[in-house]
Design a protein around this ligand. Structure first.
Ligand code: DX5
Ligand code: ZN
Length: 328
């Protein structure tokens, strides 16, 4: 279940600093508080000097919420366990580019399971290290702290250096490519994160601070990030929620389906609705095609000519369709 997006920035709540003796309750709390997703920090005590939980725990937590699970695997051998994380119900799985194990097979396994595949990098790792894997990426997760612990200080200069190249690595995605920031995100740093166009903000310790209203903290961080985006990257215009849709074409059903198939083949979701416009000679109204506002420019660039030729084909088709016999 994806919550209706309010604004552009999405919050992925990390439960690393929650009461590890009661993770089910932590998941319920962040869900009730309005997070968009849950960020699951898996640590093996080898890739990072900390040990948390694995796929069995995640499988049990899966029953506690319908929110998307973003698995952040800070482990040396993700390939060895990837099927267990997929089986546990993770919606996205992000592994680290610094591992010695082959990376591509694991990314392919994640995508083959229909989940989002991501790569994360330590603050000291250059973003260029991800380039060989770019075509397989849905997520780039920029660490703004040394992975291993919550509650560390945000490294602004790291995000400033990597935000734009991370976006460029996802240029092949017409829809759904996400840049995540992980580490030290809170009400003091959220606006900066927004000014750099980050899509998903991982927030951990800031949500579990004593005396803080978690719901208010999530709304505050989301609003500050959106304001940062609004004034730094969007000419002062409030950002569009990623799931906002807009009309792209109106066509007879069989032609609408053909265009829908072509657009969905490049990874962009399309909503096809029976419209209330023109009634065709076959007695059926045209169908409306809705596409995400955030992908509209790319869709127009790639599919405007196909749309035009289908509109011409529709006009010809309408002259040839024999109207069904009038009901007796
Ligand atoms: C650190 C983890 C982060 C951490 C974030 O290695 O990957 O997800 O939990 O916590 P804060 O927001 O406290 O930095
Ligand atoms: Zn994390």
């Amino acid at each position: 279940m994806t919550r209706a997006a309010v604004g552009r920035a999405r919050i992925s709540a990390s439960i690393l600093d929650a009461d590890l003796g009661n993770l089910a309750n932590a998941v319920r709390r962040v869900d009730k508080a309005g997070t968009d997703r849950v960020h699951l920090d898996v640590m093996d005590g080898h890739f990072v000097p900390n040990l948390t939980f694995g796929p069995k725990t995640i499988k049990h937590l899966r029953r506690r919420t319908e929110l998307p699970f973003d698995a952040h695997l800070m482990i040396s051998e993700p390939g060895r366990y990837i099927e267990e994380y997929l089986d546990a119900g993770c919606d996205s799985v992000t592994i680290h580019v610094e591992i010695e194990e082959p990376i591509e097979p694991t990314l392919r396994a994640i995508k083959a399971a229909g989940r989002a595949a991501g790569l994360s990098l330590r603050p000291g790792t250059p973003i260029a290290a991800l380039e060989p894997y770019a075509p397989l990426l849905d997520i780039v997760m920029i660490m703004t702290v040394e992975p291993g612990f919550g509650g560390q200080t945000f490294m602004r200069e790291v995000l400033e250096a990597k935000a734009a190249p991370a976006r460029a690595l996802l240029a092949h995605k017409l829809f759904g490519g996400e840049v995540h920031v992980d580490g030290g995100v809170n009400r003091e740093t959220a606006e900066t994160v927004g000014t750099l166009g980050i899509d998903v903000l991982v927030v951990g310790s800031a949500l579990f601070l004593k005396g803080r209203d978690m719901g208010r903290e999530i709304r505050l961080i989301r609003t500050l990030a959106d304001e940062g985006f609004q004034y730094a990257l969007n000419d002062g215009v409030p950002p569009t929620p990623p799931d906002r849709m807009t009309a792209f074409a109106s066509l007879p059903k069989h032609l609408a389906q053909r265009l829908t198939d072509a657009i969905e083949a490049v990874g962009v979701p399309v909503v096809m609705l029976r419209g209330d416009g023109q009634i065709n000679p076959d007695g059926v109204r045209d169908y409306e095609l809705l596409v995400p506002v955030v992908s509209e420019a790319a869709i127009v660039e790639r599919f405007a000519s196909m749309r035009e030729s289908l509109l011409l084909e529709a006009a010809t088709w309408r002259t040839m369709v024999v109207a069904p016999p009038a009901a007796e």
